[in-house]
Design a protein. Structure first.
Length: 168
């Protein structure tokens, strides 16, 4: 119910802005132009953020994190004779999570490459194919955000494990 009211309110605001842009007084047209300019700036900023994050992702930003975690896990395992059994069990769980995240990262990278594959020349652009590509890009971005959150959680848990191991 509330979601419908919010959507209706946004639609009403957009309709008023468009009406004022074309049919309003000079002051209303000026205000509408200013608002549309600000909205354009926001969209451009979000687009730049997405491009920057994609560049970081393509540059292997997350690969380095996973490699560092692997090294930390090996160091803890090497000192396993001095570590409690619970720490080893937690280490096994973290290594499984790391492997799952690495698989997910590989899957996302493969998906990015598939989406960015060049279209065949000479063919008309299919609107349905473009919509599918846009949907796939949105899904990839969602997966990247989820992966980033999971990586942060894994790093926090790994830090806690390393602190526990150092105390024992």
């Amino acid at each position: 119910m509330i979601r419908s009211l919010v959507k209706l309110g946004l639609l009403l605001i957009a309709a008023i802005l468009v009406y004022n842009f074309f049919f309003g007084t000079d002051k209303e047209q000026e205000n509408s132009q200013r608002i549309f300019g600000q909205m354009r700036d926001v969209v451009v900023s979000v687009g730049q953020l997405v491009k920057t994050e994609k560049t970081n992702f393509d540059a292997g930003k997350y690969d380095g994190v996973l490699d560092k975690l692997g090294g930390a896990y090996r160091a803890v395992r090497d000192r396993a004779q001095y570590v409690d059994e619970k720490v080893l069990k937690r280490l096994d769980e973290l290594e499984e999570r790391k492997a799952r995240l690495q698989t997910e990262l590989d899957s996302i990278e493969a998906g990015d490459q598939a989406i960015q594959a060049p279209a065949k020349k000479g063919l008309k652009k299919d609107p349905k194919a473009e919509q599918q590509k846009t949907a796939k890009l949105a899904d990839q971005n969602r997966r990247k955000e989820e992966l980033q959150q999971e990586l942060k959680a894994l790093l926090r848990d790994s830090d806690a494990l390393l602190k526990d191991a150092a105390e024992k």
